[in-house]
Design a protein around this ligand. Structure first.
Ligand SMILES: [Zn+2]
Length: 97
C-alpha cells in the first residue's frame, strides 16, 4: 500500500504508522460514567469491512498526522488530509458486507 502524503508525495506504507480510528470522540473524563466510557473507547471497537476513516502518522517522513479514508478490503485510498484543523465530526459512511 502507498499513501500520498500531502506534504511529501506518495510513499510506501512502511514510512507510516497507524494511529487509530479517526471517527471516535474521546470521552469526557469528568463525566459520571467516565470509566465505562473510556473502557469502550480504548478496548471495544467495531471492525466493519469497507471504508474507514483513520489516523496515520508519516513517522518516516515529515511526521505529520494525516486522516486517511481507505477501504480496508482493498486498501484503496480515497482521501488523505492533514489531520491538523480537521473536525472529527466529518461523517464517513461505513460499508457493511
Ligand atoms: Zn509526509
Amino acid at each position: 500500500m502507498r499513501i500520498p502524503c500531502p506534504f511529501c508525495g506518495e510513499r510506501g506504507v512502511s514510512e507510516f504508522s497507524y494511529r487509530g480510528d479517526a471517527t471516535l470522540q474521546r470521552p469526557d473524563a469528568g463525566s459520571e460514567n467516565a470509566l465505562a466510557a473510556f473502557v469502550d473507547y480504548v478496548h471495544l471497537r467495531d471492525n466493519p469491512a469497507g471504508r474507514h476513516r483513520e489516523f496515520w502518522q508519516h513517522t518516516g517522513g515529515c511526521r505529520a498526522w494525516l486522516v486517511v479514508v481507505r477501504d480496508v478490503r482493498t486498501h484503496a485510498i480515497e482521501q488523505v488530509s492533514a489531520a491538523r484543523g480537521l473536525s472529527q465530526t466529518v461523517d464517513v459512511q461505513m460499508v457493511e458486507v
